[in-house]
Design a protein around this ligand. Sequence first.
Ligand code: 3HC
Ligand code: NAI
Length: 651
Amino acid sequence: MTVSVHTDGPVAFVEIDNPPVNAASHAVRAGLMDALAQTEADTAVQAVVLLCAGRTFVAGADVREFGKPPVAPLLPDVVLALEGATKPWIAALHGTALGGGLEIALGCAYRVAVPTARMGLPEVALGLLPGAGGTVRLPRLIGAMPALDMMASGKPVGAARAFELGLVDAVREGDVRTAAHAFALEIIDVDMPVPLSARDVPEFDAGALHQRIVAIEAKARGQNSPKAVCEAVLNATRMDASEALAAERALFLRLKDDPQSRALRHIFFAERSVGKSLPDGSALPLEHIGVVGGGTMGAGIAVAALLAGLRVTMVERDADAVAAGRTRVVEVLDGSFKRGVLSEDGHAHCLEAFSGSVDYGALAEADLVIEAVFEDMDVKHAVFEALDAVVKPEAVLATNTSYLDVGQIAQAVARPARVIGLHFFSPAHIMKLLELVIPVGADPDAVATGAALGKRLRKITVPSGVCDGFIGNRIMSAYRRACEYMIEDGALPADVDQAMRGFGFPMGIFEMQDLAGLDISWAMRKRQSATRDPAERYVDIADQLCEQGRFGRKTGLGWYLYDGKSAQVDPEVTALIEATSARKGITRTPLSEDEIMGRILDVMQAEGRAILAEGIAARAEDIDVVMVNGYGFPRWRGGPMFMTSEQGAEI
Ligand code: 3HC
Ligand code: NAI
């Protein structure tokens, strides 16, 4: 039974059991209607506790049903029916009460939570808005502004904050069933509260609400759902509840069929199923991680591991470099502590768990070592040889290389099958994406250990085969090249960046290069110049910029001219680009934003298809997950491969 009822004296317990997350699928909705009828009819029942089996209260509507025709009873009707109960229902919240789950709780007379419970309306992240009365009931319960903030951000709040907001009536320690039972006995003789949809929205500052709406709409960058949330909250403040509920329903149905929501649902499931097809292997227990190199990436990786409760030893070239690496780690931890994301105890624990050394011997007991030294095969080989001499036989060795051949790096050790790539993104303690690079012949246990580390660090771990740049950097190199062709053919960097921003990227490729620094890729191009095919079209504009010392933001000059933080088009760069086109005999033809984005997408998709054909990525959706989580591809467009399939093309 998905929903069961049993009574204990005057209290009935209605329990939902629909693993894994008790989503409000059809059986749950129908079961709740039956439970309501049963408890209404049972004269011995004076209060009803609604609770869930397993790890969480209802985590939302069943998103898998959204592509299919709706089947009654619909969730908004179930919530309305619960709100009309003549006996008080008490929602007993544990785990995550999200979306439709929280809306069910808002239909109950009371909400009781355990301290670890979290509550939110995250529909916006799926391209939706709360569609079972949340936009109408939440503002009436906690006020228009906090409700808008919760729904527009989609971020859940903890039990303590929920209590402050008035979202829950009590936070009780211990077992949720016992706590809610006790609460039920306390309120059994008290008059029932007025249902939320019969209440008015508490007074609010209309000017401030308007300002917040303007800010949310500006930040939405082409995404429809945040705007719909704003509209629904305004409706809730202006209309009576039944009118506002009807308006919410209409908005919800419109968004459900919007391609943006299809795209966001695609990414939601793609992220959750990524890596499930990895070969079986048993992961080594992880407790102690080694990091070689304490620069940008090494320090970030160390912080990520420390925050996940692992012990970290960092090895650097000399004592000064160890000190510099430690300083980077400590600065990030201090920042997290100051921002309140790390407790005092947690901060102290991380510092205690961190050590630095110049001696590889300090890594003798490490379960897994991640190398993050300079991007140079000889340097990497020297490091892996040194590691091979000291680590325990079962330890996994990983490289964070961006482009180098992981299989070739592995040749430096006696046990090459224990070597994998773990390609983090900067800043490594923040970015969710991790490419798990698997060379041919890798030991499944080593791969499983890499995947287990990704999980422990709460990363989205995408498996990739070995090729130049793996999945993400390979695609980025391809479209960066296409963008360089376009500026030689007639566009300017600002045109390309504007087209990408207009599409929904947070920034364009040239702005991004200026931010990252132009000198690193210049060095790489110089190294590759000996092996480059002379017949291949090569755009040397970036090289010319670097020869002038224009390395991007850090030098105040790059593709743009920087005045403080703002980037300005530099006439000197425009002249240099035009002179380059002339030198190559190219007649420049301006390109529209659509043409620019069209070319970028064509290249991304063609490279994606090649990556699939070569078996570098296992699934098209893995490519989408990489582009969305590592390269700023707008999530609400679902990724380049999803766009291909939406256009009806073969992938
Ligand atoms: N519908 C269907 N399946 C869901 C689901 C949902 N709402 N939420 C999670 N799942 C599935 C996942 O796909 C995964 O399935 P799998 O095991 O087959 O891969 C499984 O449940 C476990 O999910 P996670 O791997 O994400 O587990 P976590 O423990 O890491 O996280 C969670 C749990 C916090 C609940 C997270 O799954 C989550 O955020 N879920 C989505 C919540 C959400 O967006 N709710 C709103 C839905 S829309 C809605 O309610 C509309 C309403 O207003 C009408
Ligand atoms: P970095 O230059 O900031 O740091 C490299 C560190 O390695 C320096 O602190 C240096 O002292 C140390 N080092 C060099 N040789 C060493 C040796 N033999 N033993 C111990 N330490 C040594 O470089 P960054 O940016 O951290 O990059 C490191 C690796 O990560 C490179 O392979 C790079 O391609 C890759 N990477 C970089 C990303 C980025 O955004 N910066 C993103 C993903 C991967």
